[in-house]
Design a protein around this ligand. Sequence first.
Ligand code: 6PG
Length: 241
Amino acid sequence: MRQRRWWRSMGAAGMSEQRLFEDRAALDRSLAEHIARQLQEDIAQRGAASLAVSGGSTPRGMFTCLASQVIPWDRVHITLVDERWVDASSPDSNERLVRETLMRGPAASAHFTGMKSGHDDADHALGEMNAKLERMPLPFTCVVLGMGNDGHTASWFPRAANLQHLLDPESDLLVGTCNPVTAPHQRMTLTLAAVLSATDIILHITGDEKRAVLEQAAEKHYPVAAVTGQYDNEATIWWAP
Ligand SMILES: O=C(O)[C@H](O)[C@@H](O)[C@H](O)[C@H](O)COP(=O)(O)O
């Protein structure tokens, strides 16, 4: 009942499937189990699996649950949906978050491809990163996106000068850069085309404020609307209060 109400209120442009939970612990557990199942199935089918994850505060608990899932992690290739252009030792580094919370216990044997390199400017690292991603098992088994209250997902920030380029569904490029107006740090990010090519796109959000932002995404042309109804491969929304 609750699920149907929210689904209807998102309107015609927001037809994504939703998984709604009573609390964040239940969401973290179920999402981790779902991802582990997807990875395992892909390993059974093609011998390897790939996972692209976001940073920020939302995925921490889920990463901890996922790290303890027992699957053949040495067949899993992990990368980032986006990275802030800071050193990997910075508290703002998504690579650091993934290394500290996800790549532990059984998951420590997964292969990891970070985005941050020694280049001062992320633009200079694009070719190299694109080539690294092309060597991963593609398409991605799962891409886990977060969302900010400004309606960004990945590092597709509203009002960014090159937003249209990042959101080109036909782009041949897997990665681009972004200089956000609404957030600190230059970013490197998967493109919309790379995300749409994934087998399973997951939008992991929590709280009533984000839910309200998402409900208005299509109407307000927020970047996150690119994965919730404009194209055939929509994200599944995983939410808890
Ligand atoms: O590095 C980043 O900034 C992200 O990957 C970004 O897209 C994130 O998912 C959202 O900003 C949500 O962040 P919170 O979970 O902290 O709200």
